[in-house]
Design a protein around this ligand. Structure first.
Ligand code: HEC
Length: 122
């Protein structure tokens, strides 16, 4: 009974938050919980610094840009329709898109490799 009460309370709480601000206020998982290796964890830091403000990593719901969950799971990227492979995604990161800045002056080749390693975990 007690357990039932708490799950009901959690649901109500989530609904309340959902009404106030969208129910995507999920607890942030640690790198270990996500099972990230050191390179992927380094990529996640870069993602948080440069990409997160426009792209949700664990949702396909759009922010300023499309959500990137599962971006490498399909043959083509959802919004641009470009092939979902390292070469094309590197181009997007380096050169940007009409509403996305390019990062060729900001991110090194190593940074982009780390970032790609992380993006493959989404
Ligand atoms: C200022 C907001 C903004 C930032 C910051 C940003 N993007 Fe984007 N991104 C966009 C928008 C908007 C699009 C859609 C562009 C289009 O339709 O051509 C996009 C498209 C993409 C796509 C293609 C997605 C698809 O479904 O076709 C990828 C991949 C991507 N961004 C990755 C990144 C990465 C990685 C970073 C961080 C290095 C980043 N973006 C930073 C706004 C942003």
């Amino acid at each position: 009974m007690k357990i039932k009460y708490w799950s009901a309370a959690a649901l109500v709480g989530c609904l309340a938050i959902g009404i106030l601000g969208g129910c995507d206020i999920e607890r942030r998982k640690s790198d270990a919980e996500l099972g990230l290796n050191p390179q992927q964890a380094a990529g996640r830091k870069i993602y948080d610094n440069y990409c997160d403000r426009c792209h949700r990593p664990y949702s396909t719901k759009g922010k300023k840009g499309p959500g990137l969950k599962g971006m490498f799971q399909h043959k083509y990227l959802s919004q641009t329709g470009l092939p979902a492979n390292d070469d094309r995604v590197t181009d997007i990161i380096r050169n940007g898109r009409p509403d996305m800045p390019g990062y060729s002056q900001v991110l090194s080749t190593q940074d982009i490799q780390d970032l790609l390693a992380y993006l493959h975990t989404l």
